[in-house]
Every structure is written in structure tokens, then in C-alpha cells.
Ligand binder design. Structure first.
Ligand SMILES: Nc1ncnc2c1ncn2[C@@H]1O[C@H](COP(=O)(O)OP(=O)(O)O)[C@@H](O)[C@H]1O
Ligand SMILES: O=P(O)(O)OC[C@H]1O[C@](O)(COP(=O)(O)O)[C@@H](O)[C@@H]1O
Length: 398
């Protein structure tokens, strides 16, 4: 009988459970499914649960629920603990290991594969992609990103609208997004912007170096032009090559956060404007109301595809989403070698998206899901006329 162990690792996304359900749905009926509790920690501590009968109903009921229903988390996965993890699988005679995760998870899976080979233990390893940061190599995008991007773009649009109303009281708002070392999420903040006048007026991503002088000068210009500035900053941004601003280090991992507060302080000290910073926070990766239906569909599909790989006996691979370059949105699922994904490391924003954001937004809008109603522009005769002239669909959406 086929026995498999499946786990979830790293920060959750709002659709990671859909991938788990897609995977389980694709397995042959008689498969014994062991759920690994709390990511790689469960594998090391032999905390695996046989999920069968009503347990399967329980698991399937999480298809539309955020978080990671098996437990996820972060855990120092050292060479000794990797050996222990292989031995635990051996004890249960489990020869198939599947993890849903991002680049750290895939690196760990690759190490499991190498350790098993060196111990002469036959182990099939398959990765299912997930990350809100979209920094996973080997795939056009990873499930979880589009929903987080939807949340970011909707939230920033609303905060900008609020600032439009309050600009005789405060002038600058700084909004911090997740993303670690990559700017994919921060750049998504501009997706729904319809005119130059609207926010976000400036988006700072880690891929582009930033000096304090340049930052202050740009803020000054934006406020002069618009009477307000909505600034979006990715948590990984630094000034002048400083180290990243972090809250703390937990289990050897830096928890980033606070660059927006530093920017707020800088503006207050140097410009005498009213400024406030806000962090978009955990809702970016778990707000169920912001899930992109396209994202959830793809999350389920990549899980289902992984089950197909199990049946085909494929190993050391991750499911990848490959976009076809045709009009409209078209993609197929393919396998990529885990080794390549692990070796390629973090996937940062490509230069062409940084210099031509419009290209990035046409890439992103295919993923963002259900139609988003456009807002009317602020009362500015010229801005309204421009909008009607350049975006006739605005009139149709009313
Ligand atoms: N280089 C690595 N070597 C071994 N294990 C790793 C490595 N990177 C990550 N892991 C394991 O994978 C887990 C998930 O990785 P993490 O970076 O937190 O999330 P993600 O998979 O989303 O990138 C970690 O908590 C750790 O247990
Ligand atoms: O504040 P924390 O604990 O670092 O969690 C937020 C981070 O987790 C993430 O969701 C990614 O986590 P992983 O790298 O573990 O997948 C990032 O978007 C964000 O940087």
C-alpha cells in the first residue's frame, strides 16, 4: 500500500490549505496519508498523524480556510535533525515525502533527498509551491502571492482615498508590506492606481538602493505636487546599504519590520510635515475576504498535480506554474528539479518590472482574481476628464 507523509512549512498563505486538499484529492483511494505536524519539526520529533476516515473530511473542510491546518512554523533543520527525520520515515516505512512551502522548504526537501540517498533509503520527494513573497524560483509565480497582492492593492487604494480626504490635516502616510528581500508585494500596491494624482505616489522595494537624501527630496516633490504622499515600502528596504530593520531574531531568523517607522521619524525630523506609518500586517497572508479566486484554483491544481507525480513515481521535483505567452491568461503545470529551485535561491523583482511597472501590472492583473470595481477619481476637473478619456471602461463600471 502507498504510504506518504505530507507537511506544510514556512509562513502560511490564505490558500496553502487548498493545495493540501488538492493533493489529497488526487491520491489513489487506498493511500495511507500521514500528516506531518508543524512543518519539519514534526518530522524530526516523529509527530505524524495518520489521516483517514473522518480525518480526511476534517482536512478537506479546510480548503477555504487560511493558516496551515497541519501546523507550519519555522524550525532549525540541522544536518543531525535531517538524519533523524529520515530515520523516522524509515521506521514507519514511508517512502514518499511531500512538502508545501517556499524556497526554504524546497532547500530542506532537497537536503532530505540527499540525506536519504546517502543512507541508502529510497525516498520520493515532491515540493508544492507556496509563498506570499513570490520569491520562489522555478515558477512564474507561487500560489499565495496573488491573494496577498490583492489584499495589498485593495488596502493601499483605500488608505490613499482616506488620505485624500484628510490632506489638510496630515500629508504623508507610509505603508509597510511583507516580502522579505523581494519587492513583489510592495510593487503590487500600485495595481489599482488610475491617475498620477492618486496614491501610491512612491513605492520603495529592496531591489532599488535608496538614500535618505533622495527619499526626502522625492517626498518633498510629491507633497508639493499633490498636497499629500502615500508611500509604500517593503519590509526589506534599507537606507544607504544599512542592515535591514528587524523586530527581533527568533530561532536564528530575523523577523523584519520597522522601516516605515524609521521613514516616519526621518520625515518628521527633517520636513515638519504630519506623517504616520502603518504596517499592513498579518492580514496580507491570511485575509480570507481578499483571496483571489484564480489563486485558490491554482493552489488546488498544484496540489493535485503533485499527486499525479506521486503516481508517476517522479522524484526530486517541485510543481511549477508556466505561463504561456499568448493573449489572455494561459498556463500549464510542469515539474522542475528541486535542486535548481534550491540552488537558484530567492527570486527578486526583475529589472524590467522595476523600470516598466506597467508590464508588471499587466502580468499581475491576470492573477488577481474576481473583478475589482474601480473608484471614481477625486474631484479635480482635469483628473476626471483624463480618466474618462483614457479609461472608457471606468464609465461602463459605474
Ligand atoms: N537552508 C535550509 N536548510 C535546511 N532546512 C531549511 C533551510 N531553509 C529552510 N529550512 C526549513 O524549512 C522551513 C521553511 O523555510 P522558511 O524559509 O521558513 O519558509 P519558506 O519555505 O516559505 O521559504 C524552515 O523553518 C526550516 O525548517
Ligand atoms: O514576521 P514574520 O514572522 O517574519 O512573518 C512575516 C514573514 O513571513 C512571510 O510570510 C514569509 O515567511 P516564510 O519565509 O517562512 O515563508 C513573509 O512574507 C514575511 O516576511
Amino acid at each position: 500500500m502507498l504510504k506518504i507523509a505530507v507537511g506544510q512549512a514556512g509562513g502560511p498563505t490564505s490558500v496553502i490549505n487548498a493545495s493540501l486538499v488538492g493533493f489529497v484529492d488526487g491520491l489513489p483511494d487506498q493511500t495511507q496519508i500521514y500528516g506531518i505536524m508543524n512543518g519539519y519539526q514534526g518530522l524530526v520529533e516523529n509527530d505524524l498523524e495518520l489521516i483517514e476516515g473522518s480525518g480526511l473530511d476534517w482536512l478537506r473542510s479546510h480548503k477555504n480556510v487560511p493558516g496551515a491546518c497541519l501546523g507550519s512554523g519555522r524550525y532549525p533543520f540541522t544536518p543531525d535533525s535531517i538524519t533523524k527525520a529520515v530515520l523516522n520515515l524509515k521506521e514507519r516505512d514511508i517512502h514518499t515525502l511531500v512538502f508545501i512551502g517556499g524556497n526554504g522548504t524546497m532547500a530542506a526537501l532537497q537536503k532530505m533527498s540527499e540525506a536519504a540517498a546517502s543512507m541508502n533509503y529510497e525516498l520520493q520527494t515532491i515540493g508544492i509551491p507556496k509563498t506570499v513573497d513570490n520569491d520562489l524560483s522555478g515558477t512564474d509565480h507561487a500560489p499565495g502571492y496573488a491573494s496577498a497582492a490583492r489584499y495589498v492593492s485593495l488596502s493601499v487604494r483605500d488608505i490613499s482615498k482616506d488620505l485624500e480626504a484628510m490632506r489638510n490635516f496630515e500629508q504623508v502616510r507610509i505603508i509597510e508590506t511583507m516580502g522579505r528581500n523581494a519587492g513583489w508585494l510592495a510593487l503590487a500596491a500600485g495595481l489599482l492606481k488610475q491617475s498620477e494624482f492618486e496614491g501610491p505616489h512612491m513605492i520603495c522595494v529592496p531591489e532599488v538602493p535608496l538614500s535618505k537624501e533622495r527619499f526626502l527630496a522625492q517626498v518633498q516633490d510629491i507633497v508639493k505636487e499633490n498636497g499629500m504622499a502615500t508611500i509604500v515600502v517593503s519590509e526589506g528596504v534599507t537606507f544607504d546599504g544599512d542592515s535591514q530593520v528587524q523586530r527581533e531574531v527568533v530561532k536564528g531568523r530575523a523577523v523584519l519590520g520597522g522601516i516605515s517607522t524609521e521613514m516616519e521619524r526621518l520625515i518628521r525630523m527633517n520636513m515638519g510635515m504630519t506623517v504616520r506609518s502603518e504596517n499592513l500586517g498579518m492580514n496580507q497572508r491570511c485575509a480570507v475576504w481578499a483571496i483571489s479566486d484564480q489563486d485558490r484554483t491554482e493552489a488546488y491544481e498544484v496540489g493535485n498535480e503533485a499527486a499525479l507525480y506521486v503516481k508517476k513515481g517522479m522524484s526530486n521535483v517541485m510543481v511549477s506554474i508556466q505561463r504561456n505567452q499568448v493573449i489572455g491568461y494561459n498556463y500549464k503545470l510542469k515539474s522542475v528539479a528541486l535542486e535548481h529551485v534550491a540552488n537558484d535561491g530567492e527570486r527578486l523583482l526583475p529589472q524590467e518590472y522595476i523600470s516598466r511597472p506597467a508590464e508588471f501590472y499587466s502580468w499581475l492583473e491576470q492573477l488577481i482574481g474576481d473583478r475589482i470595481m474601480r473608484y471614481p477619481p477625486m474631484w479635480r476637473r482635469r483628473a476626471f476628464d483624463d480618466l474618462i478619456q483614457h479609461q472608457p471602461e471606468f464609465r461602463r463600471s459605474q
